[in-house]
Design a protein around this ligand. Structure first.
Ligand SMILES: Nc1ncnc2c1ncn2[C@@H]1O[C@H](COP(=O)(O)OP(=O)(O)OP(=O)(O)O)[C@@H](O)[C@H]1O
Ligand SMILES: [Mg+2]
Length: 343
């Protein structure tokens, strides 16, 4: 932690915890939290895009405050304390594929998290509402970046961190469409709170991404993250949402993909039709990885380190410097990889 200090502003009565060498004018932030600056709402709060007077842009997440009759309720204190612990951990993490948490402001009835701002929004919007088409090399870069971020949380940190809420809205995209994993740790605190209050929608918001064993036992493991990551991989390959009416009642993308890939034609059908067929072999390879990640038995799923390795092998630009979808026939032949996992 570079600048771990706790300040108090008498004007706003916020405690501030800062993790990066960057200074914020609290008043400027609080004053800019107005409707026109809202970028979105989620299960945990509202996010604002705030431009500071020095030109820096930050994203500020205002966590929902839960008004109770007794403002210093046990529940609120629990959340505040848990958040402090989580935020300390998150603030100390540095990885190119993990969104930076700059600082944390808290007051009695409000918690603000200040993050680096990601100009290209989240992966869900890019895939499912996208105004521009993400071609396969970019999607592969996104898949690999998320996998590297998760592998870092699972295998390089001691104790390891389980994200618990991997989904495409929690993957943010920087100016170069490099992915950054967001919203981990906080999910744990909010889910703990959710356990006390069944009206919160934190778990429901993740419908379609939850590993079956997590849904039943609510015991999170790194393999639950692998499963949710597999769903995101399927979104990248197929361009489909995790749950769509077309899949059938109570059926999700995993069921849909597995029912299709039984035949070669079926496997071709699930690939996103907006992407050039030149990348079909690489896309099929990534689809195979996604299927392994979403195996029902957690023990059969690969680790995130293994996934990183498999995705590197499935890189469409492995033997060439392909920068966009103008891939040549020769490149296609060169990038064919032998995948050890048959469908
Ligand atoms: N650091 C950021 N930079 C840019 N946009 C962001 C940032 N953090 C969040 N957003 C955007 O704000 C919106 C709301 O995010 P939020 O995390 O609150 O909701 P969510 O991801 O949809 O659900 P959940 O609360 O379950 O994480 C999303 O559209 C997201 O793209
Ligand atoms: Mg989010």
């Amino acid at each position: 932690m570079e600048n771990d200090e706790t300040l108090s502003s008498s004007f706003f009565s916020y405690d501030v915890k800062s993790f990066h060498r960057i200074s914020f004018d609290q008043r400027q932030i609080v004053e800019a939290m107005v409707d026109k600056n809202i970028v979105g709402h989620g299960g945990s709060g509202t996010v604002y895009r705030i431009e500071l007077s020095n030109g820096d842009v930050v994203a500020v997440k205002k966590l929902w405050s839960r008004k109770t009759k007794n403002s210093a309720s046990e529940d609120q204190l629990f959340v505040a304390n848990e958040l402090k612990t989580e935020v300390d951990t998150l603030g100390s993490i540095r990885h190119k594929n993990i969104v930076k948490l700059y600082c944390y402001f808290s007051s009695l009835d409000c918690n603000l998290l200040v993050y680096e701002y990601m100009p290209n929004g989240n992966l869900w919007d890019a895939l499912h509402k996208g105004k521009i088409l993400l071609d396969w090399p970019i999607r592969h870069q996104i898949a690999l970046g998320i996998a590297q971020g998760l592998a870092y949380l699972h295998h390089d940190l001691k104790p390891s961190i389980i994200h618990r809420d991997i989904k495409s809205t929690n993957i943010l995209l920087d100016i170069n469409y490099q992915p950054k994993v967001a919203d981990f740790g906080i999910a744990k605190v909010l889910q703990a709170r959710g356990g006390k209050d069944s009206t919160t929608t934190v778990i429901a918001g993740t419908y379609g991404y939850l590993a079956p064993e997590y849904a039943y036992s609510s015991k999170a493991t790194t393999k639950c993250d692998v499963y949710s990551f597999g769903v995101v991989l399927m979104e990248l390959v197929t361009g489909r949402k995790p749950v769509e009416a077309e899949f059938g009642e109570n059926k999700n993308i995993i069921y849909w993909v597995s029912s299709k890939v039984e035949t070669k034609e079926g496997a071709m059908e699930v690939l996103d039709k907006q992407i050039s067929r030149l990348f079909k072999d690489e896309m099929i390879n990534v689809l195979k990885i996604a299927i392994r990640c979403t195996f029902k038995a957690p023990g059969q799923r690969p680790t995130m380190n293994e996934v990183v390795q498999l995705l590197i092998e499935a890189d469409p630009c492995r033997f060439d410097t392909c920068k966009s979808s103008n891939k040549t026939k020769e490149t296609e032949n060169l990038t064919k990889t032998t995948n050890p996992y048959d469908l």
